[in-house]
Ligand binder design. Structure first.
Ligand code: T3D
Length: 262
């Protein structure tokens, strides 16, 4: 059988492909376990300086695979809290904490937890034909995988509430216009553009980018005073990096920098 997660590592970029195309790459417990193993390898490989996440086939990810969620009347419901605690929450926490940029190439529909998985990534590109659907409300659930946190921050309360309660499809073009994603690109350009972006990021000051990520993510909950303190602390750390030394030396020497990610 095909493995539900594909991992390749080249040119400083780890590419993880969700690979259950017949089910629009919806998540099973086995797929979550494979994804955890792939992320272990990414974290353990010092050559990796950018993660690229995408999906195989015509969809990106349709969230939880619902085929084993149907229960007979009177039977005990599945423990969704357990599923989220074991699978989805650790995944979102891990992507947000990963000390390198995470690029998401949304190649097709991203629904339910699949949509919010994409929105948990740092830079999201989407194919023009792709879409984002907060499908949860249609089956009696609420947005998970951080959706109730990320959505209002990305698109504002009114749009977050509308999307969460109505489950309307947001096209990639609309998502870009709303600031929900970085960029919508033509379908046939998505893979190439996402890889070029990931390769570029992999040549940049990885430590600095990781600090940018920490600071911006923290800003959602910090007040200005706390954020100014955090910037001071993280800048102190950035200032000790080899890449900062190289960046300044290259600028002063009027040459191109060569960053090592340290
Ligand atoms: O349970 C827990 O652990 C709690 C966590 C929950 C997190 C969640 O993600 S809950 C939300 C789950 N996802 C959804 O509700 C979305 C369900 N899918 C759809 O609404 C539609 O498939 C799409 C809008 C995403 C795409 O529609 P369309 O028309 O392009 O494709 P399709 O024909 O519906 O899907 C193609 C096939 O994939 C189809 O199978 P078939 O008919 O060819 O045999 C369809 O059943 C299957 N598929 C799509 N999504 C899922 C799925 N099979 C199982 N689970 C899915 N989520």
């Amino acid at each position: 059988a095909e493995t539900p997660i594909l991992l390749t590592i080249a040119d400083g970029v780890a590419t993880i492909t969700l690979n259950r195309p017949d089910r629009l790459n919806s998540f099973t417990a086995a797929m979550h376990a494979d994804l955890r193993a792939a992320l272990d390898r990414v974290e353990g490989d010092a050559t990796v300086r950018c993660l690229l996440l995408t999906g195989a086939g015509r969809g990106f990810c349709a969230g939880q695979d619902l085929s084993d969620r149907a229960v007979a009347p009177g039977a005990a419901p599945p423990d969704l809290g357990e599923s989220i605690e074991t699978n989805y929450n650790p995944l979102v926490r891990r992507l947000r904490a990963l000390p390198m940029p995470v690029v998401c190439a949304v190649n097709g529909v991203a629904a339910g937890a699949g949509a919010n998985l994409a929105l948990a990534c740092d830079i999201v590109l989407a194919a023009r034909s792709a879409s984002f659907i907060q499908a949860f409300c249609k089956i009696g659930l609420l947005p998970d995988s951080g959706g109730t946190w990320t959505l209002p921050r990305l698109v504002g309360h009114a749009r977050a509430m509308g999307l969460a309660m109505l489950g309307d499809k947001v096209t990639a073009t609309q998502a870009e216009a709303w600031g929900m994603i970085w960029k919508a690109v033509d379908d046939d350009a998505l893979a190439g553009e996402a890889l070029a972006l990931a390769r570029h990021l992999a040549t940049q000051p990885t430590k600095g980018l990781a600090l940018i990520k920490r600071a911006l993510n923290a800003s959602s909950t910090n007040d200005l005073d706390a954020q100014l303190d955090l910037e001071r602390d993280l800048q102190r750390e950035a200032g000790r990096s080899e890449d900062y030394r190289e960046g300044v030396a290259a600028f002063v020497g009027k040459r191109a920098p060569s960053f090592q990610g340290r």
